[in-house]
Design a binder for this molecule. Structure first.
Ligand code: NDP
Length: 405
């Protein structure tokens, strides 16, 4: 069917590459391009060994690119001529990659919204500012096609389409019941992860944001496949788009589970200044403490072989159907070791890489074809939901779940 250019070769991109190779009718060809080309080559080698080469297999090429530079990206896109650019690098590259897609009139997708490197703050305004330009160029940008954001938006669109006249409350619950055996490590890019969890929390209520201190709101929840866990309210990007796209919504909250060891280490690192993004002078060099910390922490990609347990991520909806109160919980459980056996990655990368492939597939097959810049819940969810079952993220429905107070 077509060709995708995948930018990034980290934990999530690795899974997306495997998943493209498992779907060669759609992904006839992929080009993996990243800052460190050796990582792209290693991925190519692993996938060629696993899935084979030749007739009926996904053809893989690799390139080096610094995605901070629009001119390099434009030259690469003109060379590769992909049907879509899958941005699975870091949120800092979203705008440069969108600019290059505009210039070359190529469809775009990503898994995380733009964040300026110098401020630990993310919001959609920068990317939504491209709406008209993308529409005029006759191309589509699909924003946030990971798990959260991503599948959580698809779950919301599915709930709205099939089960509710009006959704009033959404609680997004992200539980990682995995244990990697380290006292402290992050399951995806440590810099992005620590910026996210050390920021103030917030939720959407009655048309406005309510801000909280970091980790101020704590709840317990008994997760299917995992058991009882502490979870904390965080600010999360899909709240911003769901607040616009789900009609009649009164409140949206996002909770993520953290173990006590993680929180104790994080507090200590914060207290000594290691999570700061302000540059400091060290032995004649300018360094950013958080980037230095990233360099000494375990690479998330190395956690795969040692992580055991499951993730459970989903959404609890409350609202009205035919004048009656209705509750609906839909979630996925994913086993770290099963993921590792299949694609050599732990479940956090897996649960993001699978929807990244599916989102790209939706655009490449023309199933989703709205021009402009769109969040995932703006598209019809049904084919995506079917694909989740087919490509390794089956979902479970519960019409009488325990609610979060
Ligand atoms: P990694 O750090 O493992 O990988 C990032 C990759 O991007 C690396 O290969 C890195 O190259 C490459 N990269 C970084 N900067 C550049 C650049 N300037 N030019 C080219 N390539 C670059 O991150 P993850 O795989 O864990 O995460 C990838 C994305 O997925 C992130 O945006 C993250 O926020 C998002 N995510 C989304 C989730 C969701 O559910 N929606 C959940 C988890 C993650 P190099 O190897 O040279 O550093």
């Amino acid at each position: 069917m077509g060709k995708a250019l995948i930018i990034g070769a980290g934990g999530v991109a690795g899974v997306a590459v495997h998943k493209c190779c498992q779907n060669p009718e759609v992904f006839e060809e992929i080009c993996i391009a990243s800052r460190t080309k050796s990582k792209c080559d290693a991925l190519k080698k692993a996938c060629e060994e696993k899935y084979g080469v030749g007739e009926g297999k996904t053809k893989i090429t690799t390139e080096q690119v610094d995605a901070d530079h629009v001119d390099e990206l434009v030259a690469l896109i003109n060379k590769v001529k992909p049907d879509i650019v899958m941005n699975i690098a870091l949120p800092y590259q979203d705008l440069t990659i969108m600019d290059a897609c505009l210039e070359t009139k190529t469809n775009y997708m990503d898994t995380a919204n733009y964040e300026p490197p110098e401020t630990a703050h993310f919001e959609y305004s920068w990317q939504w500012a491209y709406r008209e330009k993308f529409e005029k160029a006759g191309i589509t940008a699909l924003l946030g096609s990971g798990f959260d954001p991503g599948v959580t938006g698809v779950f919301s669109a599915y709930a709205q389409k099939h089960y509710f006249d009006e959704i009033e409350y959404i609680d997004i619950l992200d539980c990682n019941g995995g244990d990697h055996g380290y006292p402290f490590a992050t399951n995806f890019n440590p810099e992005i992860n620590i910026r996210e969890v050390s920021a103030k929390g917030s939720y959407w209520e009655d048309g406005h944001w309510v801000e909280t201190e970091p980790m101020e709101i704590k709840r317990e929840y008994n997760f299917d496949g995992v058991g009882m866990k502490d979870m904390y309210l965080l600010h999360h990007e899909e709240i911003e788009s769901l607040a616009l796209n789900i009609k009649g919504i009164k409140r949206i909250r996002f909770f993520m589970t953290f173990g006590q060891s993680y929180l104790t280490h994080l507090k200590c690192l914060e207290n000594v200044g290691m999570t700061s993004i302000e540059p400091i002078e060290f032995e004649g060099h300018q360094i950013i403490p958080l980037q230095f910390l990233k360099a000494v922490l375990p690479d998330p990609a190395s956690l795969g072989p040692r992580t055991v347990g499951k993730t459970n991520i989903g959404c609890i909806f409350r609202g009205k159907k035919d004048g009656q109160d209705k509750t609906y919980y839909v979630y996925n459980m994913c086993d770290h070791q099963e993921c590792y056996k299949e694609v050599g990655a732990q479940a956090v990368s897996y649960t993001t890489g699978v929807p990244a492939m599916i989102g790209a597939m939706m655009l490449m097959t023309g199933k989703w074809n709205k021009l402009g810049v769109h969040n995932i819940e703006e598209f019809d969810p049904d084919t995506f939901m079917e694909a989740l079952n087919k490509f390794g993220l089956p979902w479970v429905e519960d019409f009488n779940p325990t609610l979060v107070d």
